[in-house]
Design a protein around this ligand. Structure first.
Ligand SMILES: CCCCCCCC/C=C\CCCCCCCC(=O)N[C@@H](COP(=O)(O)O)[C@H](O)/C=C/CCCCCCCCCCCCC
Length: 211
């Protein structure tokens, strides 16, 4: 991974994650998250409890990708099929498969919705918009529904430490603000498509509430 964050690279990894048949390659999906985590780490230690959680989930998926059953973990679709057909998912309460690929990816999938909502707010924001407000509105509309009170409070504190809008535009390394807005406009439909394909798959298999 390169030293500096680049929104273009995030866009490319999510673009690579979509196959011609509209399946989602896990390898590129987690590569996109790795880029985002690198960005979050650069924001300071107040975010480390969040990045540790994402890194541990990426690690679980990477272990599947390199493990003996790796041929079943090429796409999210093949993973869901394999884990369900072989009873490898705890469906109602955590039991013998507490860290299945399906439940682990579901956590990142919910976070992808947060990212989509946040970036859309950033794209349409004005100069005096606050990143903490955009971030927390996007969070309340998505991930917060799945987090207990304590996590919601800790996340709220972390949001107060976010840099301002101009810094966000700068770190995206995509040129001036007009160019960043254009790139966000290009990235968002792609992120939304990856999100929707995964969402439809999870709905179809009744997997949206995995413990
Ligand atoms: C300029 C570039 C655009 C913005 C780049 C943003 C980079 C963000 C990178 C990562 C986002 C956070 C992803 C969070 C995943 C959370 C997964 C989750 O829900 N985990 C909880 C449930 O897991 P289990 O216990 O069931 O295994 C876990 O309990 C959560 C722990 C930590 C709190 C997670 C809070 C998420 C807040 C999302 C906003 C992040 C703000 C980052 C600011 C840029």
């Amino acid at each position: 991974m390169a030293d500096t964050f680049s929104l273009q690279r995030v866009l490319e990894t999510f673009r690579s994650s979509l196959s011609e048949e509209k399946e989602v390659y896990i390898k590129y999906y987690i590569a996109g998250w790795q880029e985002l985590v690198a960005f979050m780490n650069s924001l300071g230690s107040v975010f480390s409890f969040i990045s540790k959680d994402v890194v541990s989930k990426i690690q679980i998926l990477e272990n599947f990708l390199s493990g003996e059953n790796r041929s079943h973990y090429v796409t999210i679709q093949s993973m869901v099929r394999y884990e369900l057909e072989n009873d490898l998912v705890d469906l109602t309460k955590r039991g013998s498969h507490p860290e299945s690929g399906c439940r682990t990816l579901l956590r990142l999938h919910r976070a992808l919705r947060w990212l989509e909502l946040f970036l859309e707010r950033l794209r349409t924001s004005s100069e005096d918009s606050k990143t903490s407000v955009m971030c927390s509105d996007a969070y309340n509309e998505s991930l917060a529904q799945h987090h207990p009170w304590l996590i919601r409070k800790a996340v709220g504190v972390a949001f107060c430490a976010l840099p301002g809008r101009d810094t966000f535009f700068d770190v995206m390394n995509a040129g001036d603000q007009t160019q960043v807005v254009a790139l966000l406009g290009e990235s968002l439909p792609l992120i939304a498509e990856v999100y929707q394909i995964t969402e439809d798959l999870y709905v179809k298999n009744n997997l949206l509430e995995l413990p």
